[in-house]
Ligand binder design. Structure first.
Ligand code: EPZ
Length: 418
């Protein structure tokens, strides 16, 4: 299995271009299945997850060509509304095909996603929403079978503004009969872009970017092209490394997607300069401890919680970091403690004392963002760090070691048969 080797404490400088957002392109790819035509999606990051989703598109019958960030999806040949377990178990986002295929074919079979490194991650909001739209849902040996001649618009509310459920239900509702209102909808930029894309395909969604989506059903959608928004989570990951190791600039990003992250970095003592499409961060003389609680957008994203814990591990004082979105998303903590971070966990809060120095060590990735936090810690630690199971990082970060190397880091990928 490949590993990443890091010689830490090399100063960073220069600029890096951020890739397109994984969590925008995945649902947009499934939306393209609703059109009998060719959609062109640009700024698609070359990730394990985008490749997995392309495989799923082809399994359901779409024709895909992907080259240097440009993805063509021809939905006219889609004929097999089924997402198999061996694929869904590797990527939960495969569940996004449920709404689109049900809307287009009136029947769909999708494997229930399993859990993940940090918890069960249920899909009850997705299923309850589809039932409210008139679908008959049954569970057969780990597969969800959904059937509906034509979905009928209604009012749907989520107990929690779920990103995935908002995307799935919005895609199911755009060709339902009549009006659907989604209350407590997610407002993440990735869901905003999905809804804008659906409207470009001929849908009629109002309230985009608010927690109340009003969707008036149309007869059908046509194909459309889209340029994917930059990945705010990749950008936030690089910013935490810049906060520790040197002045760097992130190009081609949307700074306002990171408002709260930039505010917290300023509180930690970093200097931040923004233009319309870039952010430059200069590290603090010493990182100040800053408590943080994750929240749905525009709050501090849970996908940057692990990276924030890594940064606070080197603060001049103790901080408390609470995850309110996933209460058990802390598999990175025991690994960060191998660097000497001495973090204590209590329920969904990490108590980070802040130490003077982290010492490089062999550590193990457990999920996409935990691995990112281990890389950030390894870059800041004294000595050598070896990160194993880096297939996790390859799911969500495009050429991460090349990008960090271009900024001055001593980071290599070691292919090992072991
Ligand atoms: C999306 O996952 C992202 N994935 C996750 O990013 C991200 O962490 C998450 O949103 C939160 O922002 C993609 O976009 C592909 P949710 P999703 O439904 O849609 C509970 C990454 O690293 N819930 O908003 O699965 C759930 O348990 C990944 O890129 C239910 O209870 O997240 C959680 O506590 C990791 N029932 C909360 O809602 C449901 O039916 C938020 O989950 C659905 C969700």
């Amino acid at each position: 299995m490949d590993k990443i080797l890091i010689e830490g404490q090399k100063p960073l400088s220069g600029s890096v271009k951020i890739s397109g957002a994984k969590n925008a392109v995945l649902p947009i790819m499934t939306a393209a299945l609703m059109a009998k035509g060719k959609s062109v999606i640009t700024r698609v990051p070359d990730l394990r997850d985008t490749k997995t989703m392309i495989r799923l598109m082809e399994i359901v019958g779409a024709k895909c060509t992907f080259d240097s960030g440009r993805l063509e999806i021809d939905g006219s040949t889609v004929n097999n509304p089924e997402a198999p377990y061996d694929l869904v178990k590797t990527m939960r986002a495969s569940f996004y095909v449920l709404g689109p295929l049900l809307a287009r074919f009136g029947t769909v079979k999708v494997s229930l996603p399993g859990g993940c490194a940090w918890g069960p991650r249920p899909v009850d909001f997705h299923l309850k929403g589809l039932e409210k739209l008139g679908a008959k849902i049954t569970l057969e040996s780990g597969y969800i079978l959904a059937e509906a001649k034509r979905l009928k618009g209604t009012e749907i509310s989520f107990e929690f503004p779920s990103v995935g459920a908002t995307g799935n239900i919005a895609m199911a509702a755009v060709t339902a009969e009549g009006r659907t209102i989604i209350i407590n909808a997610a407002c993440e930029p990735e869901i905003v872009q999905l809804c804008e894309y659906l409207n470009d395909m001929g849908a009629n969604i109002n309230g985009i970017g608010t927690m109340r989506l009003v969707i008036d059903g149309v007869d059908s959608l046509h194909s459309a092209d889209v340029d994917i928004i930059p990945d705010r989570i990749e950008a936030g990951t690089f910013l935490t490394a810049g906060a520790l190791l040197g002045e760097i600039t992130l190009e081609d990003i949307i700074p306002q997607h990171l408002d709260l992250v930039l505010l917290k970095l300023r509180e930690a003592g970093c200097r931040i300069l923004t233009t319309t499409n870039s952010v430059t961060i200069s590290p603090a003389d010493s990182i100040q401890p800053v408590d943080m609680t994750t929240a749905v957008y525009p709050g501090f994203p849970t996908d940057l919680q692990a990276q924030w814990v890594a940064l606070m591990s080197l603060a001049k004082g103790s901080s408390m970091i609470t995850d309110t979105v996933y209460h058990d998303r802390f598999s990175h903590v025991p690994e960060l403690n191998r660097f000497g971070a001495n973090i204590k966990l209590e329920n969904n809060t990490a108590f980070v004392p802040g130490v003077n120095e982290l010492i490089g060590a062999p550590v193990m990735s457990t999920d996409i963002r935990a691995s990112a936090s281990l890389i950030v810690a390894g870059l800041a630690a004294k000595g050598t760090t070896e990160v194993s199971r880096i297939y996790h990082i390859d799911r969500g970060y495009e050429q991460i070691e090349e990008k960090f190397r271009s900024l001055g880091a001593n980071i290599q990928r070691k292919n090992s048969s072991a």
